[in-house]
Design a protein around this ligand. Sequence first.
Ligand code: DGT
Ligand code: CA
Ligand code: CA
Ligand code: ZN
Length: 574
Amino acid sequence: MTNREILKILREIAAFFEMEGVSFKPQAYEAAALGIETYAREAEEIYKTGGTDALMEIPGVGKGIAGHIEELFKKGSFKEYRDFKRKYPIDVLGLVAIEGVGPKMVKLLWEKLRVRAVNDLEKAARAGKIRALERFGEKSEQKILKGIEFLKQSGGRQALGFALAEIRSLEKMIQLFPEVARALVAGSVRRRKETIGDIDILAASKRPARVMEQFLKLPFIAHVYAKGTTKTLVKLKNGLDADLRVVPKESWGAALNYFTGSKEHNIALREIAIQKGWKLNEYGLFKGEKMIAGRTEEEVYEKLGLRYIEPEMRENMGEIKAAQENKLPRLIGYSDIQGDLQMQTDWTDGENSIEEMARAAMSAGLRYIAITDHTKSLAMTGGADEKKLLRQMEAIDKINRKYKDLKFKVLKGAEVNIMKNGTLDIEDDVLKKLDVAGAAAHSHFTLSRAEQTKRIIRAMENPNVDIIFHLTTRVIHKRGPIELDIDEIIKAARRTNTVLEIDAYPDRLDIKDEYVRKCVDAGVKMAIDSDAHSVNHFKYLEMGIGQARRGWATRGDIINAHPLKEMLKFLKER
Ligand code: DGT
Ligand code: CA
Ligand code: CA
Ligand code: ZN
C-alpha cells in the first residue's frame, strides 16, 4: 500500500471522528496523515525492515496509528475503518473537498438527505433541499453550488507539487530499465505547470516491446487502458493517467521537444520549419526525406535558428521571438535560493519548533530563514500578539547565539494579518523591530475589486511592510483568487518598493507565473518562500522556482536568491 493510499484512509478517519464530534482524535489522525504525506520514504518499505517501531519514526504517527497501518499492510483494512465505512457509506473526502462543507455538515446531509457523494449534494442543492434544512439558508446552498462548480473546473487535474516525488521515482525506475538508453518525464510536468492533466513519459530504446513489458510490472500502476509496442496508457495508483512512449535514439531530441510541448509552442516551431521548406515532427526535423536534426533538443532549436529555450518558457508567450533575437533571459536556477522568508512554527500552526526548522533548512542547503508565525487576529492558529512576538524575538536571538559559529541565520519575522480596511493587526513599533515583516490577507475574500485593491495597497503603504505574502490568497482546487486590479497592485509595489512573494506551497503558487512576468517587466522584486508548516516542506521551494522561471524571472528579480547581507541591505534601503 502506498503512502498516498494510507494517508487517504487516515484523512477519512479524521473526518469520520469529526463528524461524530469526538475531540482530539481528528487532529491525531490529521497529524499522522500530514506526517506520511511529507515523509520521504514509503511507509511499507520501512515497515518491512523495522516493523511498527519504524513506523513510529514518522512524525505524528504514534503507537495506535502505527498498529492500524500495520493492519493495512497485512489485511488491507482495520476494524475501526470498516465500522466507519459501514456506518457512513459515503465519499467523505470528496464532500469535504468542497469549500464551505465540513464533516459536521456531511453528517447532517447524510442523515437528513442521504447525500453520499458530490453529485447527490449538487442535486439536493439544485432542488432547494439544503435551504430547507435547519441552520442552513439559501446563502449556504449557493455557496455549496459555487464550491462544486469550482471543483469541476479543476477537471481531474492535480497540483504538480504534491505528485512530483512520486513522478520522480517513476521516472527513475524507468531510467534503470536495462533496455532504456534515456528516459524523461515530458509534458506539463517538465514545463512545471502548477497543475497537470497527465504524465507523459518518454524513453529511448532499441527494444520498445521489452520496455513496455517492464513498465507494466511497476508497482505504481492501477489500470491499463491500452498497451502497444511504442505507446502504452495507464492509470496510476495516485489517480493520474500516464502514457509511456518509446522512440529510437535518433529521434530522442525531436520527440522530447514534441512531447514537452506546449502544443502552442510546438505549432509555432513547426511554422518556422515550414517557412524554411522543412518538416518538423516527433521523429525529427526533415529536409525532404533527409533528417537534418533530432538527436538532441539543442540541435533542433539550433537548426531552426533559435537559442535553446528552457521548458518552463515553452508556452508561445514571446519566447520564440526572444530566442530568435538572442534576448532570452537567464532564468533563476533551481539551486539559487539561499534563504526562505516565510514559515510557521509550533508557536502558531506549524508542526515544528524554531530550532527544528532551522536545522531542516540547513540540511536543505539554505543559509538563512525568517520565522513568520501568524499574528493575533488569526486566533485559531494561536496568532501572536505584540508581547508574544517580542518573546519570540528573544528565542530567536538565543538560537542564533547557539549556532553563531555556523554560516546560518534565523531572522525575526511575522506573517502580519491585513485587516478588512488594510490596516495591520500589529503595532508599528513592534513591526519595526522585525527583520522581515510579511503581510497577508486571510479573510474578507469577497470584497469588490476596488475595495480589495485599495485594501492591499494600503498595507503596502505601511513602510514597515517588506513583503506581501500570497497576494491573491487562492488555494488551487479549493478557492479562487480575490478580485484585484493586478496592474494597480504592481504599480503600488513599484512605488513603495514592496516585495511580492511567490508562495511555493504546491496548492498556492501565489503569485502565479503570469503575474511574475508582470513583476519582472515592471522591475518589482519578488521572494520565493516555502510557507513551510513542517520541516518536510522546504522541498516545495522548487515549485516556487518553477513558477518564477515560468514567469521569466532571473536571479536578480528574487531577493532571497542572494546572500543574507545583500538581501537585508535591500530590505533596509528600499
Ligand atoms: P496537461 O497534460 O494537460 O497538463 O498538458 P500537456 O502539455 O502535458 O499536454 P498533453 O499531455 O495533452 O500532451 C503532451 C504534449 O504533447 C503537449 O505538451 C504537446 C504535445 N501535443 C499533444 N497534442 C498535440 C497536438 O495536437 N499538436 C501538437 N503540435 N502537439 C501536441
Ligand atoms: Ca501531460
Ligand atoms: Ca498526455
Ligand atoms: Zn498566510
